[in-house]
Design a protein around this ligand. Structure first.
Ligand code: NDP
Length: 459
């Protein structure tokens, strides 16, 4: 190892790269890291963190309304977008500093420059050549916008965090996490929002009850959602934009946001030249130990396009650092029961299998569903409802899916994810005492499974 400049050289100081670099350095490795944009990557700078701050901002409009039922009179309200953007940016700058300090304190050598792979053990960074026993590519991903006419006029999620002017009319294209989150944020902040999705129903891959429930709730909040529709082109006009749709209609907007997925950042990194295999989506192909087709070059996080979630990237980075420099060989990284939340309005939280997936994997399942008006809204008059759902494998009684739409869904599902990771059964959920009065207690008080068409025949 000592023949090289570094034991590990990490390209990209996002969630995965920073975690891998820090843990490796703490385990005694000589680590270098290169970053040419900002410390903390997408999540900290133009993703999860500022997005969640925007979600908080957008909730106030409803909360001011809700207050009246509790006797409060809220005075004149106004919203100032530049203040939100500036305050958010100041906090993100602070976090950049935190990430940089984490690396420095761990003894990682930082190169604030673009790096490219120059060979199995060689990297070019800031005009210099360095060598490393292991190279880790953790360059993340970037938004994908389909090839349509006028594509250059589309905004991407990166842009949303620095818009100078608040768009009063916005079209959101896509039906995934980012699209539903930004539809909710912009609506809450006062915009007219139209969301367009190419398929019959958005949030493909999520539990169907949750998808339908969220769509109804978003529509109740005034978001126009249109399914089975595609944008053919975007025209820039003198004062706004116009999206022409395949059903012959047009929509005028101040901003057209494309949230149509993210693709791995592998371009121009010298990977192909170094013999690193990429898949059709340009993701680095890796084995169970995150090794690429060139054994000394590894990759973790969004650039391998397995599960595009920050906590997964962190986990992969940590796993790899321990695998390379720790004492004990690690178990393979476990992708089972990964919980996630969509910060839509209401929020979604989910872990385990959807009802459909559980039926196809386990055959006979029991499904428990509870839909209700949260206690708070009995006085606020807010019409938002909450949905909770458990999917239980009949044969083993294990809870194989937990899904929720409602306030704090992510906070609640995180705890259930621990129980499910431990293999909790429905009987153990039932034996757990609820916390009253909370929404979360519903998860331990659902007693009667719903009867689905064909259930009896299956028994
Ligand atoms: P997603 O993969 O979640 O959704 C992409 C959406 O765009 C889907 O509805 C997809 O439709 C649609 N789409 C794809 N290609 C086209 C096209 N050519 N024309 C029209 N529509 C298209 O991606 P996002 O961009 O929303 O987010 C990227 C990733 O970031 C997510 O997968 C998620 O893992 C992560 N993320 C996580 C968050 C969280 O944890 N809260 C928040 C934000 C992002 P179809 O379903 O038909 O393919």
């Amino acid at each position: 190892m000592a023949n090289h400049d570094y034991d590990l050289f990490v390209i990209g100081a996002g969630s995965a790269g920073v975690r891998a670099a820090r843990i490796a350095a703490q385990l005694g490795a000589r680590v270098g890291i290169a970053e040419d944009r900002f410390f903390g990557g997408t999540c900290v700078n133009i993703g999860c963190v500022p997005k969640k701050l925007f979600v908080y901002a957008s909730h106030f409009a409803e909360e001011f309304e809700d207050a009246a039922g509790f006797g409060w009179t809220v005075g004149e309200r106004s919203f100032d977008w530049p203040t939100l953007v500036a305050n958010k940016s100041a906090e993100i700058e602070r976090l950049n500093g935190v990430y940089e300090r984490i690396l420095k304190n761990a003894g990682v050598t930082i190169h604030q420059a673009r790096a490219t792979v120059a060979g199995p053990n060689a990297v070019r960074v800031g005009g210099k050549a360095v060598t490393a026993e292991h190279i880790l590519v953790a360059t993340g991903g970037k938004p994908f916008v389909p090839e349509i006419r006028g594509r250059e006029h589309a905004a991407i999620s990166d842009d949303m965090f620095y818009l100078e002017k608040f768009p009063q009319r916005i079209v959101v294209v896509g039906g995934g996490y980012i699209a539903v989150e930004f539809a909710g944020i912009m609506r809450g902040l006062g915009a007219e929002v139209t969301q367009l999705y190419r398929g019959p129903h958005f949030l493909r891959g999520f539990d169907d009850d949750l998808r339908h429930f969220l769509c109804d709730e978003m529509r109740k909040k005034g978001i126009e959602i249109r399914f089975n529709v595609t944008v053919e082109c975007i025209e820039k006009r003198s004062k706004d934009f116009c999206a022409e749709l395949d059903d012959g209609t047009e929509i005028a907007a101040d901003l057209i946001l494309y949230a149509t997925g993210r693709v791995p950042n592998t371009e121009g990194l010298g990977l192909k030249e170094a013999g690193v295999e990429l898949d059709d989506n340009a993701a680095i192909v890796v084995d169970k130990e995150f090794g690429s087709s060139v054994p000394s070059i590894r990759a973790v996080g969004d650039v391998i396009d397995r599960v595009q979630l920050t906590p997964v990237a962190l986990g992969e980075g940590m796993w790899l650092a321990r695998h390379l420099f720790g004492a004990a060989p690690a178990e393979p990284f476990d992708y089972d029961n990964i919980p996630s939340a969509v910060f839509s309005q209401p929020a979604l939280g989910t872990v385990g299998l959807t009802e459909a997936a559980a039926r196809s994997r386990h055959g006979a399942v029991d499904v428990y569903v509870s839909e209700f008006t949260p206690l708070k809204h009995t006085l606020s008059g807010n019409e938002e409802r909450t949905l909770m759902k458990l999917v239980v494998d009949k044969a083993s009684d294990r809870v194989v899916g937990a899904h929720m739409a409602g306030p704090d869904a992510g906070e609640i599902i995180q705890g259930l994810a621990i129980a499910m990771k431990m293999g909790a059964t429905k009987a153990q959920f039932d034996a757990t005492i609820g916390i009253h009065p909370t929404a979360a207690e519903e998860f331990v008080t659902m007693r009667e499974p719903v009867v689905r068409e064909g259930d009896e025949a299956a028994e």
